[in-house]
Ligand binder design. Structure first.
Ligand SMILES: Nc1ncnc2c1ncn2[C@@H]1O[C@H](COP(=O)(O)OP(=O)(O)OP(=O)(O)O)[C@@H](O)[C@H]1O
Length: 356
């Protein structure tokens, strides 16, 4: 238990013991229920521990299935086992151009001092990667289906110094963004698929976080089960609800997480995740989202027509479809109808919560 004194010397109870373990990007020392996926991914990367080239790994699954966590966990474990392995993590949604992704990778190698965003050609960046002869390096390309120009995967694919983990929600979305020569290579890559968690699995993930992050007995088992149920298979949302609940309890100087706190926490966590997803949208995706918000429900063709009227350099219909699908995956849009008459509308954050 942590007790702190504010300026007025009032005692404040703090139930959060270690806030790090409640953060979205935290990689735990032990991961729950993913032994098979951990072993599979480890075996794909294994050759680099003997200085041999490794196959590219494709990791897919819905939001909150643990794709990033498992990829980072496996990479870290590898780095613990052998000295000469390094790792670079790139969020391709944030770095969605080929230049930015190459830049981030080179930055991890300390090779960006004289690179100029305006004038350095792509080929020179690729040359530098080719010349890299340091320790073997795992490059995690997270949200790889968001790359505007996925040829960066091709750039890296053939370089033996780099082992690539490509993370995406769906395999077909990743493949629809790359050209045929790369599709055939990626099809023969190792594929690690992850499904949404069951309630029991989410409960275990939550219990471990509560154990490390919070004081004992501040949340009851049945409350953890309700969080798991409300999160509907998404570990990111589940941990988000626990984090919101604990910080609200701390703000209110409460010694336990009450059911009322939990109810608000579910709403807060959903709103926070939604805001984060909205902030991640690229400028073109944001325009598409706003069109659906203002004029939806709309079908993909109507959306594309309106979008091409609004921008000078429109992306293809196919790309806009991948935007729509990604926003549906991230619960920003909902799709209704079959593939022939599908329409998209925005998801309004519902106040009703399954933690009630
Ligand atoms: N098996 C697990 N054991 C422990 N913690 C986990 C596990 N799976 C996921 N988590 C935790 O859940 C949260 C969400 O996981 P992660 O970010 O890896 O999901 P994701 O599939 O990459 O989602 P997104 O597609 O939204 O990026 C993270 O805080 C992560 O540490």
């Amino acid at each position: 238990m942590l007790i702190s004194l504010d300026e007025k010397s009032v005692c404040h109870y703090r139930m959060i013991r270690d806030a790090r373990v409640l953060r979205a990007g935290f990689v735990p020392r032990e991961v729950e229920h993913r032994d098979q996926e951990v072993n599979h991914l480890s075996s794909v990367l294994e050759p680099i521990t003997n200085e041999e080239p490794a196959d590219t790994a494709i990791v897919t699954g819905p939001s909150g299935a643990g794709k990033t966590c498992i990829s980072q966990f496996v990479t870290e474990r590898l780095r613990e086992e052998v000295l000469d392995v390094e790792a670079t993590y790139v969020n391709c949604w944030r770095n969605y151009t080929r230049f930015r992704t190459l830049y981030q990778i080179l930055d991890g190698l300390g090779e960006t001092i004289d690179i100029h965003r305006q004038s350095t050609p792509h080929d020179e960046l690729v040359d530098r990667l080719q010349q890299y002869d340091g320790p073997r390096r795992v490059v995690i390309l997270d949200e790889a289906d968001q790359l505007e120009d996925a040829s960066v995967i091709y750039d890296l694919h053939s370089l033996p110094q780099f082992a690539i983990i490509c993370i995406a929600n769906q395999e077909q979305e990743l493949f629809s963004r790359v050209d045929d020569r790369l599709v055939s290579r990626l099809r023969s890559s190792e594929h690690v698929r992850m499904d949404s968690y069951h309630d029991e699995q989410l409960y275990d993930i939550l219990q471990a976080r509560a154990k490390w992050g919070l004081d004992q007995d501040v949340i009851a088992d049945d409350q953890l089960y309700r969080i798991a149920d409300a999160a509907a298979g998404d570990a990111r949302l589940a941990i988000g609800i626990l984090r919101s609940a604990a910080s609200k309890a701390d703000r209110e100087n409460s010694e336990r997480i009450t059911d009322d706190i939990l109810l608000d926490a579910a709403t807060d966590a959903r709103a926070q995740i939604k805001q984060k997803s909205l902030d991640s949208l690229t400028p073109h995706q944001r325009i598409v989202y706003d069109i659906v918000r203002e004029h939806g429900p709309l079908g993909p063709s109507d959306i594309h027509d309106r979008y091409t009227e609004e921008v000078d350099d429109p992306r293809t219909k196919r790309t806009v479809r991948t935007y729509l699908s990604k926003m549906a995956q991230y619960n920003l849009l909902k799709a209704e109808g079959t593939s022939r008459d599908r329409e998209y509308s925005i998801v309004t954050t519902s106040v009703a919560s399954a933690t009630a």
